[in-house]
Ligand binder design. Sequence first.
Ligand SMILES: Cc1cc2nc3c(=O)[nH]c(=O)nc-3n(C[C@H](O)[C@H](O)[C@H](O)COP(=O)(O)O)c2cc1C
Length: 476
Amino acid sequence: VVLRRRERVAALPPRRPPARLPVALPRPRPPAGARQASRTVSAVAAPIKVPPPPRKVTRPSQPPPAFLGRLLTGAMIGLAIAGGAYVSTTDEATFCGWLFKSTELVNPLFALLDAEFAHRLAVSAAAHGFVPREKRPDPPVLGIEVWGRNFTNPIGLAAGFDKNAEAVEGLLGLGFGFVEVGSVTPQPQEGNPKPRIFRLKEHGAVVNRCGFNSEGIVVVAKRLGAQHGKRKMEETSSSSDVKQGGKAGPGILGVNLGKNKTSEDAGADYVQGVHSLSQYADYLVINVSSPNTPGLRQLQGRKQLKELVKKVQDARDEMQWAEDGPPPLLVKVAPDLSKQDLEDIAAYSLSTLLKTQIISNTTISRPPPADAHPLAQEAGGLSGKPLFDLSTQVLRDMYIRTGGKVTLIGCGGVTSGEDAYKKIRSGATLVQLYTALAYGGPALIPRIKAELAECLERDGFKSVQEAVGADFKPLK
Ligand SMILES: Cc1cc2nc3c(=O)[nH]c(=O)nc-3n(C[C@H](O)[C@H](O)[C@H](O)COP(=O)(O)O)c2cc1C
């Protein structure tokens, strides 16, 4: 037995010099069988040394993290070079198209967020340049001249998206023909308590009761002043032959003025807005149609509107203007006006210099099918798809009443190029949207422009201007 055990011991592999172990590692225990063998052997033949069982090899079985890191970095650089090489063979227009299309990937993520938070994030992204920039020229058929200014396309961003003029550059860069900031109130104010924006997703609609949350004219004037200077410089240093559109660059900027909730003198509020902001604006809007500021909509009444517009016009005209003159004054009206109100506003528009109207703001009504949505009961103004028919009907009424002599901006429920085309045929010279952008993201803008160009060409129009009010003209 002893011999057999000795033979077994001799069969064990020769002892190797101990591999260096990290200090903190416990010395591995020999397996139980070997310990037993060792005890038995020493009891019978003491001097025989039993070599310890082979130690665990410390050779790492997995590559160390540093190695993995290098591998990953290498792979990323490789991918970037390959991607860059591929992109460099792609023309700018295709690449730009991809960029816009790729923004559709993040829309579902935005939809998961609280509506107002998602909106803040979108404004911030546009303010910091994290949105695609349109490099493709607009189809020439979309070009239109209004107020002696060239718009490369008639699709604008409506007020309320960039209330405090934080992201004018980024938003114009998305390819809008014009961007309207505001409504801006003279004093900063918080607006209504949150939550105050509600998505009626199934209907492509929103109910909001923001109540003119605004950083106030001082902050907005500072921002616009800085941007104005920058845009002017970029324009002078630009070698492109883009004809100047607005006061401070190719894009056209509107400033929408509101009043403070607690202000007793609405006229004085709008006059303050004119004094502080009109030098940066290509056009100024008197917003008298938000449903979320008590008493505001009453300013659309015949007498009140007349007095208000006169005050604002005088304030504007008393200022000193360069040879291109003061910005035109517009009024933004509600889609819930009575026939009498419409008639009064039309008559007033025709008899004064108030030669442009934005039709319309949000509605206090709940057009079907959105009325059945549980959130339709929330107080506030409804915008988006269900507003389209109502606001287009008011637009048509106003176009007929003013005989095409007043420039109209059609706004409310536009989600496609076909919708924009319908507004134009109904009498709109320019078109605005907001809610569709919240649902569709930046990719919506080039799509709407391409569809609108297609509609115009399909029906044989050589320009937007030719199609304005086409529904009321004899067929060509
Ligand atoms: C959240 C939100 C805030 C708005 N804020 C303003 C505003 O401050 N001033 C204004 O004139 N219109 C405001 N609007 C109205 C829009 O400018 C636009 O007239 C209306 O939404 C209809 O267009 P749409 O259906 O394309 O959204 C707001 C709309 C929404 C949805």
